[in-house]
Design a protein around this ligand. Structure first.
Ligand code: SF4
Length: 374
């Protein structure tokens, strides 16, 4: 049954029913209805269809916005008026990932790459699927903080190795594979709270990868306990550049009110990419009180950081990537219009392979489509 209280109004429900046979996990019944105000049932289904066909849905499903009543869902475009329509071959969506004078000149053909989702929180099959998609598209995906399974090595030129506060699974070897190394200081869904992998998910392979004990909850602290200043931050970046001198460095932070100061500090510490993660990012393990309630929405954080970097005269030397609630191509275009260079997506990748936001993984009940572990 479709539950209208879950943000799906009558006019949409018929179209969603047309797609029920397409989205595999719907066959298993979704407690509380499908989706929510941000990821409506219609948007979930449309995203899945686009991933399956490579085209916008032809049956009228809304594929650009959700129904939250705020943020990207209400920001809209001015009518293009007399602007000439460009042919596809005249459009270049690529962006560089290093705007400094030194270092590898990496670029991506579309303004997005895949965000960190760790081994342990997601399944190996989903991790490999993400890596294959990144390779095919010529972009990147991030390991998240749970280590680097050896099955990812064939795709290493498209994999960002994340170094997070718990240092789980961080090895020099996997840092040396990476074209981009990502320091994760914080996550927009739970800034100041660190990470938490539920005990049920710490199977023998996960425990081996994270060098810990089976079925024990694993916590990543906040912040790095060795970083309390820009100078400490620079030492961290220098450490990474010593281990892998050819890698670009991305710094992932959440969006506190002084995120502009964090961004300029990261620039002076030597980062190539500042990645700001707003409050709407998805994670299976963030406490409800934290999700959407602490970090600044990304729609506010992007222009704040962009303008500050411009005012400091360094905007052209650092790449600004945004995440935390980026669901659709329209969201990416709006983020760029607000001042970002590009976006980092993660939840949309899960939706693309059949995630329905049923929440079973958050309740430790396992995932019926095999996206998460346990
Ligand atoms: S990943 Fe989690 S929310 Fe998505 S379908 Fe699987 S159990 Fe449900």
């Amino acid at each position: 049954m479709i539950n209208n209280q879950a943000g799906i109004n009558e006019k949409h429900s018929e179209r969603i029913h047309h797609g029920l046979d397409i989205l595999p996990s719907l066959k298993y019944g979704i407690p509380g209805g499908l989706g929510n105000k941000r990821w409506t049932g219609e948007l979930l289904l449309a995203t899945y269809l686009q991933a399956s066909t490579g085209q916008p849905p032809s049956n009228g499903l809304e594929y650009r916005i959700g129904d939250s009543g705020g943020g990207f869902d209400v920001l809209s475009w001015r009518k293009p008026g007399d602007m000439p329509r460009l042919a596809t071959e005249e459009v270049d969506l690529g962006i560089p990932l290093n705007n400094r004078a030194v270092g590898a000149k990496l670029s991506i053909p579309f303004p997005f790459y895949g965000g960190g989702m760790s081994f342990g929180s997601i399944s190996l099959n989903f991790m490999i699927a993400r890596a294959r998609a990144a390779e095919k598209l010529g972009t990147y995906m991030s390991t998240g903080e749970g280590g680097y399974p050896e099955q990812l090595v064939p795709y290493k030129d498209h994999i960002i190795t994340q170094v997070a506060t718990g240092m789980f699974g961080v090895r020099e070897e996997t840092m040396q594979y990476a074209p981009i190394l990502e320091f994760k200081y914080a996550q927009g869904a739970k800034p100041g709270l660190g990470g938490h992998l539920l005990a049920d998910k710490v199977t023998s392979e996960v425990a081996r990868m994270r060098e810990s004990s089976m079925f024990t909850s694993l916590y990543s602290p906040f912040p790095f306990h060795s970083v309390y200043s820009v100078e400490d931050h620079k030492k961290h970046v220098d450490w990474i550049k010593t281990v892998n001198p050819r890698a670009l460095v991305s710094v992932k932070v959440s969006t506190p009110t002084d995120v502009d100061m964090v961004a300029i500090g990261s620039y002076y510490a030597g980062a190539n990419i500042i990645h700001i993660d707003g409050g709407y990012g998805g994670t299976g393990a963030a406490p409800e009180i934290a999700k959407k309630n602490i970090a600044m929405p990304i729609e506010y954080a992007i222009p704040k950081v962009h303008r500050y970097l411009v005012s400091e005269g360094v905007r052209d030397e650092i790449v600004l990537m945004a995440s935390g609630g980026i669901r659709t191509a329209d969201d990416i275009a709006k983020a760029i219009a607000l001042g970002a260079d590009g976006c980092v997506v993660a939840t949309a990748e899960a939706v693309a392979v059949g995630c329905t936001h049923c929440g079973n993984c958050e309740r430790g009940r396992g995932c019926q489509v095999g996206i998460t572990r346990g």
